[in-house]
Design a protein around this ligand. Sequence first.
Ligand SMILES: Cc1cc2nc3c(=O)[nH]c(=O)nc-3n(C[C@H](O)[C@H](O)[C@H](O)COP(=O)(O)OP(=O)(O)OC[C@H]3O[C@@H](n4cnc5c(N)ncnc54)[C@H](O)[C@@H]3O)c2cc1C
Length: 351
Amino acid sequence: MATENTITRTETPLTITVIGAGILGLWQALTLARVGHHVRLVEKSSVPFADSASRYAGTMLAPGCESEHAPEIRDFGAHGLTLWRATYPRLVNAGSLVVAAARDSAEATRFARATSPPQTLDADGLAELEPDLGGRFAQAFYFPDEAHMTTPDALVFLLDAARMAGVAVELGAAWTSPSASDVVIDCRGMASASELPALRGVRGERLVIKTREIRLSRPVRLLHPRHPLYVVPWTSGRYLVGATVIESEDTGPITVRSALELLGTAYALHPAFAEAQILETGAGIRPAFPDNLPHAEIRDGGRHIFVNGAYRHGFLLAPVLAEAVAAHLANQTPHPLLVTSEPLARRPHSV
Ligand SMILES: Cc1cc2nc3c(=O)[nH]c(=O)nc-3n(C[C@H](O)[C@H](O)[C@H](O)COP(=O)(O)OP(=O)(O)OC[C@H]3O[C@@H](n4cnc5c(N)ncnc54)[C@H](O)[C@@H]3O)c2cc1C
């Protein structure tokens, strides 16, 4: 796995249409424009991000913690972090913490076995990092190299960065048919399901709350056998509390059961969360393939590339997928996240 961006500027620019301005489409458009391609980004919603799953994300960049779900995430995610650090100045590089109530020590043992945390802190070590959690947990796992951000700010930043890199952004424009571009990169999320039969949706509910009664500097995950939860500190005293993982494509509002579970677990993390104001609730559908890893699938001789299936890792892996597609268009070595049912497509000729 490369550890830095190895894609150089193209000498033969292509015209590229990227469909969908969620996190995957934004990173594709930005990366491909920065290497010199002529990029158009088409988004059906006239209000940026209004119809995207990306707006609901907690935006933790946590390859170590998330390797609990798939070991491959660790290496791909570490590279994703490197690319975010090179691009987004407001990334908060404060690491992440994982705690468990004493009665859930079996969960802590299972998590540690699955993820090999770089550091285990005792109660004093935890209090040093997060004074407001002092005395609440006997131990914590610390992943110092992880990062997080405030979701709406990061999405707006990327859209602006894409425009500044020369991307022609078309909002309120639903893509329906083949385009005259050399390459179409399809990042429509769940809207691509009819063409990607293996794609399924995994519902994630979350709340945004606000309080000045407690101060956290980094995401904290509370392990639990049924209701694991994380709290991500956003700017201005806001916290994202998430997230359910439900095998359902129901796009309806958060249920009472899920709200009770999430808020109850936040209260278990610290009772001061009881005084927080609920600013926002919402549910997004995470597009996922059966292995829960994203793919860039090349079709039509390389003219149509589906980038999808980011599951819980859209923010973490979007830059890696963008780099993989840019490398493919530059005829570089195939990337493990690229798949094709045809003989490996070569770079299409400009028309
Ligand atoms: C509650 C929750 C918490 C999460 N937390 C994290 C996290 O901490 N870290 C992380 O890395 N990931 C996280 N994720 C996962 C991440 O949000 C997803 O993987 C990611 O949003 C998927 O992005 P996407 O670009 O594929 O899809 P989307 O964000 O849904 O974007 C698709 C876009 O395509 C547009 N579109 C659809 N059809 C058309 C058309 N015909 N023409 C033009 N445009 C079209 C849509 O309007 C939409 O804007 C979380 C997800 C949820 C739900």
